[in-house]
Design a protein around this ligand. Structure first.
Ligand code: G3I
Length: 359
């Protein structure tokens, strides 16, 4: 049978049609697809991430978003009688438009609080009743606005101390004692009974801090406080945490019947403990290069933590990266650039990405 050129052309044309979509589909696979049978993979976003090349990276690799700053009390509720919804609304709309899960961050935190929160009209510090009433009004207004759109909230953030005391001596605690924690969860649950409510903190693999958080959560759960999960922020570094401490944290908190989410994952290329606002254990080094040894240490740490995440998938309901790529990280500054994420400054996958997706 002679294969006439035009017959060959026709066959190859149809073959191309068959193969192209497969190739395109393969290209579209991202982190979220590798982990679709484990847990949603999320990312903390700022407005500039929702356009251009950052936007396509989000849509390829992630199935959940968190507003990095826009929903915190200071940015969203800058004056007692005035809310600023625009940026938070735009992030929620982006999530809805692209069928992404949306995490709310955060309702009550000692960081980025607005000046008016603790002062009365005469400039004096408010008492416990006034503070709790203001917190209730804030939580009710914000959670109700996004009811049915935001599935989970970081209700209270970083209330446990890093020093020898139990509770952080924030103004929240100084005025209302530990009660602000319980009430915040009760207010949030009343505003949206379907929302999944998290206590969120960092350095949760540190045995002393872990025990303090566990004791607080156990006490609150025993009182029937509606807490559904614990957010382990996971602001880690190339030498922290160890596999055993990470596994101990997952086992301890899941023993309370709580969902676990890793809510702010990044792995600093500089050694030392950090988390939240803290970068302790070493001075700002004037480093701007992502060296091969940094890369090797970081990919080994990412490989390990994702092995543990997969091992404990029945307890883990989300893993969210804090920032999208090395192009920008909250860890930048202090005289140095950090490279804590899976995508480089050109938004390309780093070697660590392939360690996390090869299993
Ligand atoms: O929006 C203002 C801008 O108008 C102003 O010109 C500029 C310069 O002062 O500041 C801008 O606000 C900054 C904001 O980020 C938005 O960029 C604040 O100063 C800055 O403090 C704030 O930093 C954020 C930090 O929380 C606040 O403590 C980081 O982006 C954010 O990544 C970080 O995230 C926290 C989590 O919410 C909780 N867990 C720890 C994590 C890291 O600290």
């Amino acid at each position: 049978m002679s294969w006439k050129p035009n017959k060959l052309r026709t066959i190859s044309f149809y073959l191309l049609f068959l193969i192209l979509p497969l190739v395109a589909y393969k290209r579209a696979e991202g982190l979220k697809d590798y982990y679709k049978d484990y847990f949603p993979i999320g990312v903390a976003v700022k407005p500039s991430d929702l356009r251009s090349d950052e936007k396509s990276l989000i849509l390829t690799h992630f199935s959940s978003i968190t507003a990095e700053n826009a929903m915190k009390m200071g940015p969203i509720h800058p004056f007692e009688k005035k809310y600023f919804w625009q940026i938070a609304d735009s992030i929620v709309q982006f999530g809805l438009d692209h069928q992404l899960k949306i995490r709310g961050h955060c309702l009550v935190w000692h960081g980025q609080t607005p000046r008016w929160l603790f002062k009365d009209s005469t400039g004096n510090q408010v008492n416990k009743e006034v503070l709790l009433s203001r917190i209730k009004d804030h939580i009710n207004t914000v959670v109700s606005r996004y009811r049915g759109k935001i599935y989970a909230w970081d209700v209270v953030n970083e209330a446990i101390a890093d020093d020898t005391s139990t509770y952080r001596k924030s103004q929240l605690y100084q005025i209302a004692g530990e009660e602000f924690i319980e009430q915040a969860f009760r207010y949030a649950h009343a505003a949206d009974p379907k929302a999944v409510l998290f206590y969120n903190d960092y350095n949760t693999e540190n045995p002393i801090k872990r025990e303090k958080i566990y004791t607080m959560l156990k006490k609150l759960l025993a009182k029937g406080v509606p807490i559904h999960g614990v957010g382990l922020q996971a602001h880690w570094s190339v030498n922290n945490p160890s596999r055993s401490e990470l596994e101990k944290s997952i086992e301890l908190f899941s023993s309370l019947g709580l969902q676990i989410q890793f809510t702010e994952l990044d792995i600093s290329v500089f050694p030392g403990r950090q988390g939240g606002q803290l970068i302790t254990g070493e001075k700002s080094l004037d480093k701007t290069a992502f060296t091969p040894e940094m890369e090797q240490q970081q990919l080994e740490k990412y490989k390990m933590v994702f092995e543990v995440f997969r091992k404990y998938k029945k307890h883990i309901t989300g893993v969210t990266f804090w920032n999208l790529s090395d192009r920008y990280s909250w860890l930048d500054g202090r005289g140095r650039k950090n490279f804590p994420l899976l995508f480089d400054t050109d938004l390309q996958p780093k070697k660590a990405y392939y360690e996390v997706t090869r299993f």
